[in-house]
Design a protein around this ligand. Sequence first.
Ligand SMILES: [Zn+2]
Length: 419
Amino acid sequence: MSSRVLLFSIFLVSIVSCNAKLFRLSYTSIQSLESFKVQKDEQSGLVKRCDVNEAYSPNEKWAQKRYVRVNFHIMDDVEGSHNFPESAASVTYFKQLLENANYRLSLNKKMNLPIDNDTPVLDPGFRYVLTPNSKMKGDNGIYFHRDNDLYYFVNKGKNRNNFKRDVIKKYGRNQDSILNIFVLPHHPDSISSKSYKGGGTGIALGTSLKVAGLYDDKLEFWGYSTLLNHEIGHILGLNHSWYKNDGCDDTPPHANCWAPNMGASCDGDVVSNNVMDYNASQMAFTPCQLGKIHKGFARENSDTRGLITQNWCDFDANNFIVITKDTHWDGAKDLNRDVIVEAGTSLSISCRVSMAKGSKILIQRGANLILNNCRIHNSCGEEWLGIKAEIESNETPNIKIIGDVLLENITGQSQIIEK
Ligand SMILES: [Zn+2]
């Protein structure tokens, strides 16, 4: 060996020996984290907001979208002359209507009210997906029914039936997992009365809804997509937003004008564009409204959680949620990826978090994890891999356990692995 090569070899060894060994600790039960328990942590100042709408506003770029399963039922009498006929063109119409409703969600607009507001504009973080019955061959999720007793919609007068659920009970499919949309004509006798107001209208009933007037009006498919977004907004937990008590501070009360200058109270530039008002736009959801919707999706056993696809159960091994600044998860989450807390940052968890099968929370050396009266589990009936912490020998990971913390559905043993 030449002296040059020998010198280089010694240099290499010295570099390697300067590097301390990195260990990875694996915690798979709350008992294994016992030594990190603190009685109170005044410094952290963590406030739990598990029931607060704004804690669920879809702010995080990495968050998965929620997909609401829907189907359509087109009702007519046995003659079949009052509603969309059973045809390929009608199927296309309803597919386009749904697509346009999704498109309008993607275009979420800035609020008009209050004037000069600085309310943020967020992607709603949810979309609709037409959902046939996968067990039925040829099912496309759009059904045509003929029923002389149940085909019509009346929202005024002695025959009023808009609030009745009999048509839903008879024809609804998988109502706990699919949002059933019933498309009905106004009753011909009602329409012929001058005092009856037809046109596009709807009503939300549990996890189903009825819309009427689509066929009578003969509008293009896009003419009803905001009506659909409005009615689905009700099913997802939203109230009309012109009222003071709709549960959101970023939707101010107002006169509920359809358009400017329609009546004395509608003079000037005061018309709302919120989806949950009656106006010609219906293109804006606020962060609080979206938070309310996502709070429902995140609440275990809620009706609306039953309507969404469980996409968080499919572990995505190729992408990560990387915490690069101090972060507090003060609302519940359903995650499909590993969480990596980078050195020099802290992640605090105060509510429920579902971790996908085979996923983990990794605390890099020099990172902090604070578990504050929270529950981390797998909501899909499977198992995740627990909390991993990287340290050099003789170091202790920066973990704090505050109050009642539940770690559930974890596979494997708590152990130390040399990296
Ligand atoms: Zn409404």
